[in-house]
Ligand binder design. Structure first.
Ligand SMILES: Nc1nc2c(c(=O)[nH]1)N[C@H]1C(S)=C(S)[C@@H](COP(=O)(O)OP(=O)(O)OC[C@H]3O[C@@H](n4cnc5c(=O)[nH]c(N)nc54)[C@H](O)[C@@H]3O)O[C@H]1N2
Ligand SMILES: Nc1nc2c(c(=O)[nH]1)N[C@H]1C(S)=C(S)[C@@H](COP(=O)(O)OP(=O)(O)OC[C@H]3O[C@@H](n4cnc5c(=O)[nH]c(N)nc54)[C@H](O)[C@@H]3O)O[C@H]1N2
Ligand code: SF4
Ligand SMILES: [Mo]
Length: 857
C-alpha cells in the first residue's frame, strides 16, 4: 500500500514535470539556435500560462495505427498545456464519440519530445562516395546547416545518377522526394503485401472483396443481427483502437456469441467473452479443411442439412466436379481434394489436428455450429494471412463462408474485419477532395519485393517475375518517409545493405532506425507543425486538423525539402508543386463530399463563402454544403449522423447473392471462385512458388512443420518454437516507441507459455535470448497461459538496439527474427517464423522505460 502512495506521489511529480517540459518545448522555439536540449521555463511563467485562457485546436493523430480519432490540444500563447479527445457530442452506442487511445493522448510527448531531431546532421566519417561506410549506425553526428545538408544530398543524387544511372537510387518511402526523383530520371521502388498478407492481391481475384479495406463486412448496425461472431486471428482491443470493440460489444448485448481462434487469449476475448480456441500460427488453412471435410461427409440435405447447396450452385464455381469452369479437368475440384479422392489424403479433422493443434472433436463441432447457426459473421484479421505460402488462405476462408451460406444477408458475412474498418464494413460516407497536385510517374520500372530489397542490394539481382531475374546495382538508399529498415523482414541483412551502398539519407523526426544507419539526416516537422489537413478513418468520419505550433527548431516539411532539392538538381519544382500547401489543403476541403441521407449519392460537405476564400488567400469558388467551414474547423470532425434502420447501411455482396447473373462479380467467371485459374496464374507470374487453383494446403516456409527436423518422425529441430509479432498497444508500428509514458504503461515483454519456460528453466521476468535462423534478440519474458504452448509472441515495432560486439539486438525488434523469404504473391510472412529461446545469462537488461532517449543535440 505504501508503495501505491509513493507511486501516486511520483506520478503527480512526473505530471508536473511533464507540463513544464511541454510548456518549455514550445517556448524553446525562440531558443532553437541553442544546443543542449530544452531550457526550463520559470515557475512564474508556468503559473502565468495556467491562468491564461487558451484555445482547443484539433490536433492530428496521423499514424497508421488501425484507428482514427479526434484529438484536441489546448494551446495557450502557442504552448500546448493539455490534450483531450472527442467531446463534440454525447456518447451513445448508435452515435459514438471518436475517442483517442493512450498513444494519441500522448502525442504532445512525441511532438515536443526531448529527442526530436533539431538540426540537419551528417555522419562524422562520411565523405562523398561513403567514407567509412562500416561506421553507419555507430558513428558520431555532426551538426550542419540546411544549405550544406541539401547540397550534399543533391550532390550525391547527381553524382550517383551520372555514375550508375537512375536504377542505382532506391527509395524506401516518402511521396514528396519520390516526386522529385521521378522528375529527375526516376528511382527503384519497392512493393509488398505488408498489412494485408495474402489478402493483398487475392480478394479481387476470387471475388470476395478488394484486399485492402473490407467490402466483405456488413456495417456496424447489421453486426447486431449476428448470432455467432467468429473472430479468426483478430484482436481489435489491441489493433483497432477507437470504436470497433465497442461496436462488437453492441452485438454481444444484442445476443451474439463470440469465438476466438488465435494462439493468444486476447484482450478482445476478455472483453467480449465467449470461447477461445487456441491454434498454432500459420496453420489456419489446415483447420478449415478439417471443417470442410466434416461438412461434406456429414451433410444430408434431407436429415442433416449442413451445406448451403443453393448458394454453392448459384454463386460459386469449383466446389465439386459438377461446378467446374469449362475446359478444366473436373478432377481438380475442391470437394474431391478435401475427400482425398485422387491424392489419397482425406483432409479429416484428425489430419488437420496434427497440424493446427485443435482437438478434432472441436473442429467437427465448430463446423456444425457454424453451419447450423442461422446468422453467422465469419471474420478474420490480416494476421493469419501475413504468413508465407498463405496465398490460398483467403480463398479457403471464403469457401467456408460459401459452404455455409453466410454471405450477403443480414447478420451473415464472411471476410476481413481489420484496421480502420474493423466491425464496420461498407464504402466511406464522407470523403476529402483531392489536393490538386499532379500525379508524377516514375520512369524507372524496377520495383523490388519487400522480401528481396536487402538481398538485391547485397547480391545485385532481384526477381522481376516468372523466369525473370534482373541485375541491379543500388548505390543510394533514400528514406524520405516510412520505416523500411525497421519494418521489413530481415533487418540484419538490411543493416548490412545500409553499410554497402555509397550514400544513405533519411528524413525523420527522431533518430529512428532508418536515420541511425544513414549518412545524412534531415529533421522534419510533424503534422502539428504543418498547414493542417484531413484524415479519414472509419466510414462515418472525416477529421480536419489544424496547425498547433510553428516548426520546432530547424525542422522543415518534407515538401519543402523536396522543393529545395529539386532546385539544386536544376529542376522546376512547380512541375510537382504548382500550388502552395495552403491551396492544397483548401482544395481538399472544397472537394470534400458526404453521402446524402437517402443514400442516393454524394453532396458537398462544406459551405465556403467568398469571405472565407479571401481570408485564406487562395483560389476558389464559393459553394454551398452541409456545414460551414468554420464549424468544421472548430469541431475538427464531421461525423455522419447514423441510426439503426437508416439508408446508409451496408450488406456485403447482397445484390450478388440475390441475383448473381444480374450483378456478376468482377472475377473471370463472375462468381465467387473456389477454383481460380487467375489466382494460380497471378502467383506463378510473381516468380517464386506456385499454387493450385483450388485452396489446397501449402505448408508455409518456417511454419509449424518446419519446427521439426523430421516431420514424419516428429523429431523437433533447432528452432522448435513458433514466433508471432502482434501489433501492440504501445506503438503504431515503430511510431511512439520512444515515448517514456507509453514505455512505462505497456512493457515490451515477449510472451511465452509456462510449459515452454519450465522446460528451459525460465522464470517470470527473466531475460530471454530469442534466436531464429535470421538473428537474435533479448527480451524480458512474461509467462502466461494466455499464449498456447509452442508459441512465443514478440510485439511488433520496437526500435532495434544492436550490440555491435555480440550482434544481438537488445530491444526485441521483431524483424531481427523474421527473415526475408519471398513466396507466392510476395507475401510478408511475419507470422511464420521459427525460434529457439534460452535464459539469458549475460549482462542484465533494464526495462526499456529506463533506457536513455536518443538525444543527439
Ligand atoms: N515483424 C513484423 N513486421 C511488420 C509487421 C508485423 O506484423 N510484423 N506489420 C507490418 C505492417 S502491417 C505495416 S503497415 C508496416 C508498417 O511499416 P512502416 O510504414 O514502415 O512503419 P511506421 O513505423 O508506421 O513508419 C512510419 C515512419 O514515418 C515517420 N514519420 C511520421 N510522420 C512523418 C513525416 O511527416 N515525414 C517523414 N519523413 N516521416 C514521418 C515515423 O516516425 C516512422 O518512422 O510494418 C510491417 N512490419
Ligand atoms: N496498437 C496497434 N494497432 C495497430 C497497429 C499497430 O502497430 N499497433 N497497426 C495497424 C496496422 S497497419 C495493421 S495492418 C493492423 C494489423 O492487425 P491484425 O492483422 O489484426 O494484426 P495482429 O495484431 O498482428 O494480429 C491479430 C491477432 O492475430 C493473432 N495471430 C497471429 N498470427 C496468427 C495466425 O497465424 N493464425 C491465427 N488464427 N491468429 C494469428 C495474434 O495473436 C493477434 O491476436 O493493426 C493495426 N492496428
Ligand atoms: S487509435 Fe490511432 S488515431 Fe486514435 S488516438 Fe490512437 S493512435 Fe491516434
Ligand atoms: Mo499494416
Amino acid at each position: 500500500m505504501s508503495n501505491l502512495i509513493e507511486k501516486a506521489l511520483e506520478y503527480k511529480m512526473n505530471r508536473r514535470a511533464f507540463l513544464k517540459s511541454t510548456a518549455v518545448a514550445s517556448a524553446a522555439l525562440t531558443l532553437a539556435g541553442c544546443s543542449g536540449g530544452l531550457t526550463q521555463v520559470s515557475s512564474e511563467e508556468a503559473a502565468r500560462l495556467a491562468r491564461k485562457e487558451g484555445r482547443w485546436l484539433s490536433a492530428a493523430c496521423w499514424h497508421n495505427c488501425g484507428g482514427r480519432c479526434l484529438n484536441k490540444a489546448y494551446v495557450v500563447d502557442g504552448v500546448v498545456v493539455r490534450q483531450k479527445t472527442d467531446d463534440t457530442h454525447p456518447d451513445s452506442p448508435d452515435f459514438p464519440q471518436q475517442r483517442g487511445c493512450a498513444r494519441g493522448r500522448s502525442q504532445r510527448k512525441q511532438v515536443f519530445g526531448v529527442d526530436r531531431l533539431k538540426y540537419p546532421m551528417k555522419r562524422k566519417h562520411w565523405e562523398p562516395g561513403g567514407g567509412r561506410k562500416e561506421l553507419r549506425g555507430r558513428d558520431e553526428w555532426v551538426r550542419i546547416s540546411w544549405d550544406e545538408a541539401l547540397d550534399i544530398v543533391a550532390g550525391e543524387i547527381k553524382r550517383i545518377k551520372e555514375k550508375y544511372g537512375s536504377r542505382a537510387i532506391f527509395v524506401g518511402g516518402g511521396n514528396e522526394i519520390s516526386n522529385i526523383l521521378a522528375l529527375y530520371g526516376g528511382y527503384v521502388s519497392h512493393w509488398g503485401t505488408t498489412s494485408w498478407g495474402s489478402w493483398r492481391y487475392t480478394g479481387d481475384i476470387i471475388g470476395l472483396a478488394d484486399g485492402y479495406f473490407n467490402f466483405s463486412h456488413n456495417d456496424r448496425f447489421d453486426l447486431r443481427n449476428s448470432r455467432l461472431i467468429v473472430l479468426w486471428g483478430a484482436n481489435p482491443a489491441w489493433s483497432s483502437l477507437g470504436n470497433p470493440t465497442y461496436n462488437y460489444l453492441q452485438a454481444k448485448k444484442a445476443g451474439a456469441k463470440f469465438i476466438f481462434i488465435d494462439p493468444i487469449y486476447t484482450d478482445a476475448a476478455r472483453v467480449l467473452g465467449g470461447e477461445w480456441i487456441p491454434i498454432r500460427p500459420a496453420t489456419d488453412h489446415a483447420m478449415l479443411l478439417g471443417m470442410a471435410y466434416t461438412l461434406i461427409t456429414e451433410d444430408d440435405p434431407g436429415t442433416n442439412p449442413l451445406i448451403d447447396w443453393d448458394f454453392l450452385n448459384r454463386c460459386t464455381i469449383g466446389f465439386d466436379a459438377d461446378h467446374m469452369p469449362p475446359g478444366v479437368d473436373p478432377k481438380e475440384n475442391f470437394k474431391d481434394y478435401v475427400l482425398g479422392t485422387y491424392d489419397g489424403v482425406p483432409k479429416t479433422p484428425e489430419w488437420a489436428a496434427e497440424i493446427c493443434g485443435v482437438d478434432p472433436e472441436r473442429i467437427r463441432s465448430l463446423a456444425r455450429e457454424i453451419a447450423t447457426t442461422k446468422r453467422v459473421a465469419l471474420l478474420t484479421g490480416w494476421a493469419p494471412a501475413r504468413v508465407r505460402n498463405s496465398d490460398s488462405w483467403p480463398q479457403m476462408f471464403m469457401t467456408l463462408g460459401c459452404m455455409t451460406g453466410h454471405i450477403g444477408q443480414p447478420g451473415r458475412m464472411t471476410g476481413v474485419s481489420c484496421h480502420r474498418s474493423t466491425a464496420d464494413g461498407g464504402p466511406p460516407l464522407v470523403l476529402p477532395g483531392s489536393s490538386g497536385l499532379p500525379g508524377i510517374k516514375n520512369p524507372v520500372a524496377d520495383s523490388i519485393n519487400d522480401n528481396e530489397i536487402w538481398d538485391a542490394i547485397l547480391k545485385g539481382k532481384y526477381t522481376a517475375g516468372y523466369n525473370d531475374i534482373r541485375e541491379i546495382n543500388i548505390q543510394m538508399i533514400y528514406h524520405g518517409g516510412g520505416a523500411t529498415l525497421q519494418t521489413r523482414d530481415g533487418m540484419i541483412k538490411g543493416i548490412e545493405a545500409h553499410r554497402k551502398v555509397e550514400f544513405v539519407v533519411s528524413h525523420s523526426q527522431f533518430l529512428t532506425t532508418n536515420s541511425r544507419y544513414a549518412d545524412v539526416v534531415l529533421p522534419v516537422t510533424t503534422e502539428w507543425e504543418r498547414e493542417g489537413g484531413l484524415l479519414t478513418g472509419n466510414r462515418e468520419i472525416l477529421i480536419y486538423y489544424t496547425k498547433i505550433t510553428e516548426p520546432l527548431y530547424e525542422a522543415r516539411d518534407d515538401q519543402w525539402i523536396a522543393i529545395e532539392i529539386a532546385r539544386r538538381l536544376g529542376l522546376d519544382p512547380r512541375q510537382a508543386y504548382p500550388i502552395s500547401p495552403k491551396q492544397q489543403l483548401f482544395n481538399q476541403l472544397a472537394g470534400a463530399k458526404v453521402m446524402k441521407e437517402d443514400g442516393s449519392g454524394f453532396e458537398k460537405l462544406l459551405t465556403i463563402t467568398a469571405a472565407d476564400i479571401a481570408a485564406w488567400g487562395v483560389q476558389g469558388e464559393p459553394q454551398q454544403g452541409r456545414i460551414t467551414l468554420q464549424e468544421f474547423q472548430e469541431k475538427g470532425i464531421y461525423q455522419v449522423p447514423r441510426k439503426p434502420g437508416d439508408k446508409l447501411g451496408f450488406i456485403a455482396l447482397k445484390d450478388f447473392r440475390e441475383d448473381p447473373q444480374g450483378h456478376p462479380l468482377k472475377t473471370a467467371t463472375g462468381k465467387l471462385e473456389i477454383y481460380s485459374q487467375a489466382l494460380a496464374k497471378m502467383v506463378k507470374d510473381k516468380g517464386w512458388t506456385e499454387i493450385r487453383p483450388i485452396p489446397a494446403y501449402n505448408p508455409p516456409r518456417e511454419g509449424y512443420e518446419d519446427t521439426f527436423a523430421d516431420w514424419s518422425k516428429k523429431i523437433k529441430g533447432d528452432y522448435p518454437l513458433q514466433l508471432i509479432t502482434p501489433h501492440y498497444l504501445r506503438r503504431s508500428h515503430s511510431v511512439f516507441d520512444n515515448i517514456p509514458w507509453l514505455r512505462e504503461a505497456f512493457p515490451n515483454h515477449a510472451w511465452m507459455n509456462p510449459v515452454d519456460a519450465a522446460a528451459r528453466g525460465i522464470k517470470e521476468g527473466d531475460t530471454i535470448l530469442i534466436t531464429s535462423r535470421h538473428g537474435k534478440t533479448l527480451r524480458p519474458v512474461h509467462l502466461t497461459e494466455r499464449i498456447m504452448p509452442g508459441v512465443v509472441a514478440c510485439p511488433h515495432g520496437a526500435w532495434v538496439e544492436m550490440d555491435e560486439k555480440t550482434g544481438i539486438d537488445k530491444a526485441g525488434a521483431d524483424n531481427i527474427l523474421c527473415g526475408a523469404i519471398p513466396t507466392g504473391q510476395g507475401t510478408s510472412g511475419w507470422n511464420s517464423c521459427n525460434v529457439q529461446v534460452e535464459r539469458w545469462t549475460g549482462a542484465p537488461l533494464p526495462p526499456d522505460d529506463q533506457w536513455p532517449l536518443r538525444i543527439v543535440f
